[in-house]
Design a protein around this ligand. Structure first.
Ligand SMILES: Cc1ncc(COP(=O)(O)O)c(C=O)c1O
Length: 413
């Protein structure tokens, strides 16, 4: 496709050049309709049995986005007390929050216990800690199913090499600790990794978790984790995650389990990226273009402090070039390395990428930045974090987070 932002009218008639004139660059711009549509899609993955989709808020904790989840009937997963506090501020009742931390302190665990928030324990040691704090309570355990997969080694969260979850070989120890502290194990969850573009690895993980679930009596819920990918290579016409095919293939697997288990527990999933990634772009200004040893570098103000995924995971984000408010066609392409303004040689957004010629003063529109974008921003190199702007369903522009100021950098010192 020549332009994604044109094909979906991402800015809903607002001119990107006018937008940055008002809000500056770099700036995160969200499209409300796209986010809500993705949330509705995950909310409908299972219809035959009790089911909730839990948006994994670490992908993006902007309260305005959390409120969309609340309105779309999507529950949420929190990984920290800070995330629980964000959900409280967005208006989430505690029974719509699932706390899925790892390696937390007594104080953090107690925060969830005091609010009756269902909590999943990620190790035998944390399960024991929970028992000490909440004897007779009800909780879940995170299983490490021994297999993992993902778009990068750093997002594989299941399998023998990762820090997450309790391996199957320790299930009897789970039962022993539960007995010792009179705990009810109400649910099990897993997450094997992120960025799946095919159904098979996820379906295999579901089947495997259901096999493990049979060892637990009377589970109230089984949570399959997140991980549905999005087409980061959309300009090369990458096919989206086949959600309909996935739903069809999942149903008989659940049918078989429900028959054999004798009841349908609540099924859950924990998608993060899928809900929000495609609903945001970053607009960034090109401040310099240069040739170095035969390579063309375009230097913009979206550094790794604004979007760390390419530096951290080698992630691909499609880039559109906008000149005088219009997308430059991708007919004539040239190899360009796009970099940010941070003093690190790894501060690269795109290496040797085929892009339309880039000129100083152009705007770059970096696609699919809604997940693990702003939530991973930093003030590295003492650069204030950017603003977040929402293009509402009615096409209005709303500031949903102000740009930080230089004063903010000094606030806690
Ligand atoms: C426990 C858990 N749940 C959900 C997610 C969300 O994953 P994704 O954003 O790929 O859907 C993650 C991501 O690592 C996770 O670790």
């Amino acid at each position: 496709m020549d332009s994604y932002i044109n094909s979906v009218d991402f800015f809903k008639g607002n001119n990107p050049e006018a937008l940055v004139k008002e809000y500056g660059t770099p700036v995160y711009v969200y499209n409300e309709d796209i986010i809500r549509e993705h949330m509705r899609s995950v909310a409908g993955v299972i219809t035959k049995y009790p089911y909730t989709a839990n948006y994994s808020v670490k992908a993006n904790t902007n309260i305005h986005i959390l409120k969309m989840a609340l309105e779309e009937g999507v529950n949420c997963d929190a990984m920290s007390v800070g995330e629980i506090k964000m959900l409280e501020a967005a208006g989430f009742p505690y029974d719509r929050i699932f706390f899925v931390p790892n390696n937390v302190s007594d104080e953090e665990m107690q925060y969830a216990i005091d609010r009756n928030i269902m909590t999943s324990l990620d190790s035998l040691s944390q399960l024991r800690q929970y028992g000490e704090l909440n004897r007779g309570g009800k909780c879940a355990v995170r299983i490490n199913p021994g297999v993992g997969a993902g778009h990068n080694e750093k997002v594989v969260t299941g399998g023998k090499k990762t820090k997450f979850g309790i391996s199957e070989e320790f299930i009897d120890d789970i039962f022993a600790i539960a007995k010792e502290y009179d705990l009810t194990i109400a649910g099990i969850n897993q997450h094997i990794g992120s960025g799946f573009m095919k159904c098979e690895p996820y379906l295999e993980a579901v089947t495997n978790l259901l096999r493990i679930a049979e060892r637990f009596d009377n589970l109230e819920f089984i949570d399959f984790g997140g991980g549905y990918g999005i087409p980061y290579h959309k300009l090369d016409d990458e096919i989206p995650y086949p959600m309909e095919e996935f739903k069809k293939a999942l149903e008989p697997i659940l049918d078989k389990f429900v028959r054999e288990y004798g009841k349908a527990p609540l099924f859950k999933s924990e998608p993060g990226r899928f809900c929000v990634a495609e609903g945001s772009v970053i607009l960034s200004r090109v401040h310099a273009v240069k040739e170095n040893n035969g390579k063309t570098f375009a230097g913009c103000d979206c550094g790794m402090n604004v979007l760390v995924r390419p530096s951290m995971y080698d992630s691909w984000h499609d880039i559109e070039v906008v000149r005088d408010g219009k997308v430059v066609s991708r007919k004539d392409l040239k190899e360009i390395t796009v970099c940010g303004n941070i003093c690190e040689s790894g501060d690269l957004l795109a290496k040797d990428r085929l892009l339309p010629e880039i000129q100083k003063g152009d705007l770059l529109c970096i696609l699919d930045t809604g997940a693990y974008g702003y939530s991973m921003c930093s003030t590295y190199n003492s650069r204030p974090r950017p603003a977040e702007i929402l293009v509402t369903s009615l096409g209005k522009l709303e500031v949903i987070r102000k740009k930080e100021t230089y004063d903010d950098l000094f606030r806690l010192m």
